[in-house]
Design a protein around this ligand. Structure first.
Ligand code: HEM
Length: 153
């Protein structure tokens, strides 16, 4: 499970990089009114794929690293901020972000005009990226802090 945890920790950077790239494309596309390019499509495709992989790794940790078991003692689990975060908050907010990324990509594809595509990119991927950012257990977040980079120890 240590390897899976290292992968999940490391992969957050891929999600954030592709998410930021998508957001920058959405902002520049929307405000400069340029045409929707293959670069726009590529960035949000990679953002979606990285979220899919991160969800899969997260689910493995959730079910095979003891977090799901903790829900059996719901009362005590809710009292402990760290347990509550990893069994409930982290998972549910990030699944919402994942759903938004998928709906967003389908919605961008469906939009008829380039400004509409960039606007939808901005809304869906912008909100998803914000949810992802606030749900990461950054080292500066008391009670739930985890390292920026994890390695074998
Ligand atoms: C974009 C989505 C996600 C990001 C960026 C993300 C990021 C992270 C990070 C940085 C950690 C701390 C890793 C460490 O201790 O070094 C973590 C832990 C964890 N994540 Fe995620 N995560 C995401 C989605 C999910 C999802 C969807 C689930 C569950 C279905 C999940 C389940 C977990 C669990 C259970 C832990 C604690 C692992 C352990 O200590 O055993 N994550 N996540």
């Amino acid at each position: 499970m240590q390897i899976v945890l290292i992968l999940h920790s490391l992969f957050r950077w891929a999600v954030l990089i592709f998410g930021l790239w998508t957001l920058v494309n959405a902002l520049t596309g929307f405000f400069s009114k340029r045409t929707f390019s293959s670069n726009d499509n590529r960035s949000n495709l990679l953002f979606m794929i990285s979220c899919d992989i991160q969800l899969l790794i997260g689910l493995i940790l959730y079910f095979f690293n003891g977090w799901f078991e903790r829900l059996k003692d719901l009362g005590n689990n809710m009292k402990d901020a760290n347990s509550r975060f990893f069994t409930m908050e982290h998972m549910s907010v990030l699944i919402i972000a994942w759903v938004l990324v998928h709906i967003g990509r389908a919605s961008v594809k469906k939009a008829q005009t380039d400004p509409a595509k960039h606007k939808r990119m901005l809304i869906f991927f912008g909100i998803a990226l914000l949810l992802i950012f606030i749900s990461i257990p950054w080292p500066f977040r008391q009670l739930i802090e985890r390292p920026y980079f994890r390695w074998f120890n």
